[in-house]
Structure formats: structure tokens, C-alpha cells
Design a protein around this ligand. Structure first.
Ligand SMILES: Cc1cc2nc3c(=O)[nH]c(=O)nc-3n(C[C@H](O)[C@H](O)[C@H](O)COP(=O)(O)OP(=O)(O)OC[C@H]3O[C@@H](n4cnc5c(N)ncnc54)[C@H](O)[C@@H]3O)c2cc1C
Length: 413
């Protein structure tokens, strides 16, 4: 049977080879003219795929045993790259450790998430890639090498879109385990937000605004490391029952709310492991732009409301702190992510994306690498000051373009 990504909108073209060991992976990579690594398949495009199917291989590391090894002195954990964050979190919590942040879903692989600059929310929180202290990577010749924080190639190698090799393990910064309280506020009027949008986004450790761009932010999800959570937020009351952000969504599938304190790994993601995250029948896009333009971005998207409404399930606004990873969506600037959960109708969704991009890219918005977008290398290049450096790094590490594919040719060149 044909293998697809999680959303079912991309069928992988290449043969999928489930490697049995790192040695086996090294043999496969060294022998194949083209190779790509497959993570947990949660990206919404052909980003992971091999394009030249003639001898090209898509390697899956899913059969390799997961491992999480904490180095308490260094405050790091070395984890196998294909391991899901949910599993990493459970093991860390058992040993009294934690990560600084998580994405909305714990199901994604660490290497796949880091490769696309996946993020959670929080004005003081970098993307998940900013926790990376080192990567072990199988290069095009099949050799395993390590890139560490402090190495000259490090900043170009973390958010790599899979272009520099197959990551076998990732060393992540950890901190002592902590508790989080999550509370949801319903029916916040945009009028009440007024000029306070930035302050609202900064009002807790992690804040997400869900809206369909009408008069209200339908829900604000606030995740706090402080002792309590407020009863009201700009006039919106704290919900007293558990809410899903999607109309008709199963409240069982979301992490505990109601302001009750609990472990970080059970509150920072929106969705619970063991349940379908989000709707499961959808496409997604996200554009990350300087926080200073957040209000302007909101006004522009609200202006497109009628065009978007028929294909939009919900939008989410989140923040990510600036970093120095060359291809990161938050390279060099604190950003707000304007996210869209669309209906799963590629034709209608891709018809509105050029309009959304014409509205947001002039504000400096960078499309999330793992979600749907239409802009190509020529339009993306000015948004990434280190794009040319990334290309030079890729040419040096992979001169024969073993890890190249159609996605990279479109967006990197
Ligand atoms: C329901 C849902 C919710 C989401 N929520 C968020 C969110 O909260 N925040 C956010 O930022 N994104 C979110 N995403 C997007 C998702 O996090 C990214 O698409 C992420 O890259 C998926 O990781 P993956 O393991 O599935 O990688 P895949 O989609 O399988 O692959 C992504 C890229 O990583 C590369 N890759 C995978 N494994 C390796 C490896 N071992 N070595 C080298 N390269 C590798 C692939 O080649 C490819 O280029 C969401 C997606 C879904 C479906």
C-alpha cells in the first residue's frame, strides 16, 4: 500500500527502507545515489521525500530502539533522533528532568521537529531547535560525525531541512522538572485586546490565541509556571470545563486545563499522546514575523476573513524567541507565528495561500518549513540573511547533493 504523510496529502514516491541499526543506516546512505530521512511524517508537504526515485531511498529509523541518556553534570540528554518528544518527556520526568518547551503535539520525532524549526510558544522560549547542544549525523559518504554547539558549522546544521545528512541522535539541554498550570479563557473580544496584543502574548510562560478572525479571540490558552492563573483575562472568564480549540473536537484529546498544576510534559503540548492531535483531517500553514508587526499582521488577516472562512478551521497566534540558527523562522528576531489549520482540501487551500503570503511576507514573515506554503527560493532568500551561507555549507558537506530533493530545489535553490 502507498505510504503517505500524517495528513494524507502527500504520497511518498520513493522506496522506504526501515533500517535495523546505525551500521545498516550507514551502509544504505553510502550506497544510495539519493537519500532522505523520514521522521514521524507530520510535515504537510514533500519536504521529506526523495524525488529521484531511480535508486533513491527514504530511510525510516522507526525500528531502532529509542534511548534517552541524561548527563546530569552537563544538564543535557542524548536522545535517539527518531524518538517522539512524548517518550523523551516521560523518560526525563521519571529522572527528574525537563525540556524548556514542547510543540502542540508530543507525537513528532525529535530529529524531524528540529530539522524544520518546530516550536511551541512563549516570548522567552526559543524553538525546540534552540535546545540542541549537539547532533550526530550520517553524512553522504556514510560516515557518522558530531556537530556541537561552538563548532563553526553548528548554527547552519541544526535547522537543516534534512539537507545535510541523517541525524541519529540529538543532545538536548535539560533543566530540573517543573509544574505548569494550563487555563483557557473563552470569548476575548479583539476590541478588548486593543493595543495590548504584545502584552497579552507575553502574559504567561506560553500563550496561544485561537481565532477565526471575527470579533473575538475564541480561546486563549495560557500555560503558566507561576503559582496561580488569573480568573479573567482582559474581561474574558476562565473556562470551567475542558475545551478543544476546534469546533466539535474531542476534549479527551487535549491536555489538562482548569488551572490545575501538573508536570510540564502533560501541559506544554496542547494534545495528549495516544490521541489524534488537532482534527486529524486538515492541512496547516504558519507564517512567523517580527513581534513588532503582530498587530498589523492581525489586522491584515482579519481583512481577508471572508476569503479564508470557507477553508479555515481555526488560526493560532504564538510567539517564539529569537535565535541564531541560520534557517530558523526566528533567526535574529523575536517572532509571532500566525498559524492556520485548514480543511483538508489542497486545491482550495493552495488557492488562498498566495493571498495570505502577499499580505504577510512584506511584514517579514517566514513560512514554517514543515507546513503548506507557496513562496519559492527567490522570495524567501531576502528573509534569511544566512541563506547563502547555508548553501555554501550544504555544498561543502554534500557536494553531490545526495540529500537533495524537489522541496529543497524549490525553496533553497
Ligand atoms: C497535528 C500537527 C500539529 C503540529 N503542531 C506543530 C507545532 O505546535 N509547532 C510547530 O512548529 N510545528 C507543528 N507541526 C509541524 C511539525 O512539527 C513539523 O512538520 C515537524 O517537522 C514534523 O516532524 P516529523 O518527525 O514528523 O518529521 P517529518 O515530517 O517526517 O520530516 C520533516 C523533515 O525532517 C527531516 N528529518 C526527519 N528525520 C530526520 C533525521 N533523522 N535526520 C535528518 N532529517 C530528518 C525530513 O527529511 C524532513 O526534511 C504540527 C504538525 C501536525 C501534523
Amino acid at each position: 500500500m502507498a505510504e503517505t504523510n500524517w495528513a494524507g496529502n502527500h504520497t511518498y514516491r520513493a522506496r522506504i527502507e526501515r533500517v535495523r541499526s546505525v551500521d545498516h543506516l550507514q551502509e544504505v546512505v553510502a550506497a544510495a545515489p539519493r537519500v532522505r530521512a523520514l521522521g514521524s511524517r507530520h510535515s504537510f508537504t514533500d519536504i521529506a521525500d526523495v524525488t529521484d526515485t531511480d535508486g533513491g531511498v527514504l530511510v525510516s529509523l522507526a525500528d531502532l530502539p529509542p534511548a534517552v541518556e541524561v548527563d546530569t553534570a552537563a544538564r543535557t540528554a542524548r536522545v535517539t533522533g527518531w524518538t517522539a518528544y512524548g517518550l523523551v518527556g516521560t523518560q526525563l520526568q521519571t529522572e527528574g528532568w525537563a525540556l524548556a518547551n514542547l510543540a502542540s503535539l508530543p507525537h513528532i520525532s525529535v530529529a524531524g521537529a528540529v530539522a524544520t524549526g518546530t516550536h511551541g510558544s512563549g516570548v522567552g522560549n526559543g524553538s525546540l531547535a534552540t535546545a540542541v547542544a549537539a547532533l550526530e549525523v550520517v553524512g553522504p559518504d556514510g560516515e557518522l560525525r558530531t556537530v556541537r554547539r561552538g563548532d563553526p558549522d553548528f548554527h547552519g546544521s541544526v535547522v537543516s531541512l534534512g539537507a545535510l545528512g541523517v541525524v541519529t541522535s540529538v543532545t538536548l539541554d535539560v533543566e530540573p522538572a517543573y509544574d505548569v498550570r494550563q487555563a483557557v479563557y473563552a470569548g476575548l473580544r479583539w476590541d478588548a485586546v486593543g493595543d495590548d496584543l504584545d502584552a497579552l502574548l507575553a502574559s504567561a510562560y506560553s500563550v496561544s490565541l485561537f481565532t477565526r478572525w471575527g470579533d473575538e479571540v475564541e480561546q486563549v490558552w495560557l500555560k503558566s509556571r507561576a503559582e496561580g492563573v488569573p480568573a479573567h483575562l482582559l474581561g474574558a472568564p476562565r473556562a470551567t470545563t475542558t475545551l478543544h480549540m476546534l469546533e466539535g473536537g474531542d476534549p479527551e484529546a487535549v491536555t489538562p486545563q482548569l488551572g490545575v498544576a501538573g508536570p510540564w510534559l502533560d501541559r506544554l503540548p496542547h494534545f495528549r499522546m495516544g490521541f489524534t492531535p488537532s482534527r486529524g483531517v486538515e492541512l496547516q500553514s504558519e507564517y512567523l514575523l517580527p513581534r513588532s508587526h503582530a498587530r498589523e499582521a492581525v489586522d491584515r488577516v482579519r481583512g481577508l476573513r471572508e476569503l479564508l472562512a470557507p477553508v479555515l478551521q481555526v488560526s493560532e497566534l504564538r510567539t517564539v524567541a529569537a535565535d541564531d540558527l541560520w534557517l530558523s523562522n526566528s533567526y535574529g528576531q523575536d517572532v509571532v507565528g500566525v498559524h492556520f489549520t485548514w480543511v483538508r482540501d489542497p486545491q482550495r487551500v493552495y488557492a488562498v495561500l498566495p493571498v495570505v503570503e502577499d499580505a504577510l511576507l512584506p511584514l517579514g514573515a517566514r513560512p514554517h518549513w514543515g507546513k503548506c506554503f507557496v513562496s519559492r527560493a527567490g522570495r524567501l532568500e531576502p528573509l534569511y540573511p544566512r541563506m547563502a551561507d547555508f548553501r555554501s555549507l550544504r555544498d561543502r558537506v554534500d557536494p553531490d547533493r545526495v540529500f537533495d530533493n524537489a522541496f529543497l530545489r524549490r525553496v533553497i535553490g
